[in-house]
Design a protein around this ligand. Sequence first.
Ligand SMILES: Nc1nc2c(ncn2[C@@H]2O[C@H](COP(=O)(O)OP(=O)(O)O)[C@@H](O)[C@H]2O)c(=O)[nH]1
Ligand SMILES: [Mg+2]
Length: 193
Amino acid sequence: MKIISSDLHAIAVDPKGYPEDDLPEIAFVGRSNVGKSSFINSMINRKNLARTSGKPGKTRTINFYIINDEFRFVDLPGYGYARVSKKEQDKWKDIIETYLSSRKNLAEIALIVDIRHEPTEQDVMMYDWIRSFGYRGIVVATKADKISKGKYHRNLKIIIDKLGLEDKNLIIPYSAIDKKNVERAWNMFESLI
Ligand SMILES: Nc1nc2c(ncn2[C@@H]2O[C@H](COP(=O)(O)OP(=O)(O)O)[C@@H](O)[C@H]2O)c(=O)[nH]1
Ligand SMILES: [Mg+2]
């Protein structure tokens, strides 16, 4: 994919704030701090368009990034950050679910997990939900630069088994640092947009 332009298009908490056009969107969900914003930045060769943060639990909004004026990447609020109240977590859950269940533009939802860790119950729930809505269920296993060679395949298998992936081509080991598999990720998304 040749990136000609990329911009923040909209920030929303509910459907009133979503962009009003027919451009296809690929949304990214995952735990807080898993690397969603870093994934988006590295895919589009931008250092800090999608805001990344050392402080987990900061993104409370849906951020729409428009690419080549043709499609959007959508950065959803991260779930599962223990240090925010239940009430606040429920609010984020509502923001995420409203978007995912109502958005006509949505071409695919990709789940981002950390390759070093077994997926959480919330990851499993999210993945089941994605599949039940008829999406393919692409999984990006990021932070691959942080895992030893010895653990790499073992951990991928743990993730595949825990999430119940039917096809192991659906999981993309990735690194925002060295851009491992950036081409493979683009090939996967290009067929959808
Ligand atoms: N080593 C490494 N660090 C990463 C990678 N992706 C994200 N990070 C770091 O993980 C932290 C959280 O990333 P961020 O993109 O803000 O996560 P988000 O909350 O899911 O959007 C930041 O300190 C990033 O620099 C990666 O592929 N490799
Ligand atoms: Mg983020």
